[in-house]
Design a protein around this ligand. Structure first.
Ligand code: F6R
Ligand code: MN
Length: 202
């Protein structure tokens, strides 16, 4: 049976398969590909990102497959999120990260493959880093900006799920960045202050 939502969107039952090796979703509606060249400014050392591109050429940093589930209260949107391994200097490849436009909406990430973490930061307060490895579920409460970070050497694949009406606010992260960065130090991930916090867009 189809359910007509207040705004006219229609949700109907379905199921999809996410390939646990590649992260590709069957029958997806939208496929977002983020190449490194479009992400230079998210890194704490953008010059190092430009050097990487000059030496290695462009590469896919992360991608997302999703179904067009209505963006309304009551529905749950989900996707397959794939972040590839790599580093700019010592800083790991990661997603842009965002707040939800409806700040009070939460999210869960179920990790399917790889080794990584989710960095979570409220507008004030301490950063929280939760580990991601197959079978691990990370809960992102409302009010926390969040991003996936691949600290391993294989694709980090997860299934994020979040309220249909959460929406995405990328601008404050684009302008300011996260207050912290995750870098490799002595062969291990370390959480450091972001030297470019507050002026990422500049
Ligand atoms: C949705 C969510 C994830 C991310 C995905 C890509 O609210 O948090 O599905 O959208 O991991 O990351 P961004 O959105 O930061 O480019
Ligand atoms: Mn989110």
């Amino acid at each position: 049976m189809q359910i007509k939502m207040e705004n006219g969107a229609v949700a109907f039952p379905f199921s999809v398969k996410i390939n646990s090796v590649t992260g590709k979703m069957d029958d997806y509606d939208t496929h977002i590909e983020r190449s490194l060249s479009t992400l230079v400014s998210i890194f704490s050392d953008p010059d190092a990102a430009e050097d990487f591109l000059e030496k290695n050429g462009d590469t896919l940093a992360y991608e997302v497959y999703e179904k067009n589930i209505p963006e309304v209260n009551g529905e749950i949107r989900f996707c397959s999120s794939i972040t590839y391994p790599g580093k700019i200097g010592n800083e790991y490849f990661m997603t842009k990260g965002h707040f939800h436009s409806r700040l009070d909406t939460a999210e869960i990430y179920y990790c399917i493959r790889g080794n990584g973490c989710i960095l979570m930061e409220k507008k004030d307060g301490n950063p929280i880093l939760e580990n991601m490895y197959p079978g691990r579920v990370v809960y992102v409460p409302g009010y926390y900006a969040h991003r996936s970070i691949n600290i391993g050497d294989e694709p980090l694949i997860s299934l994020p799920a979040y309220p249909g009406d959460a929406g995405h606010d990328y601008k404050s992260i684009e302008d300011n960045g996260f207050r912290h960065i995750v870098v490799e130090k002595n062969g291990k991930p370390a959480l450091l202050e972001n030297p470019r916090y507050g002026r990422m867009g500049k």
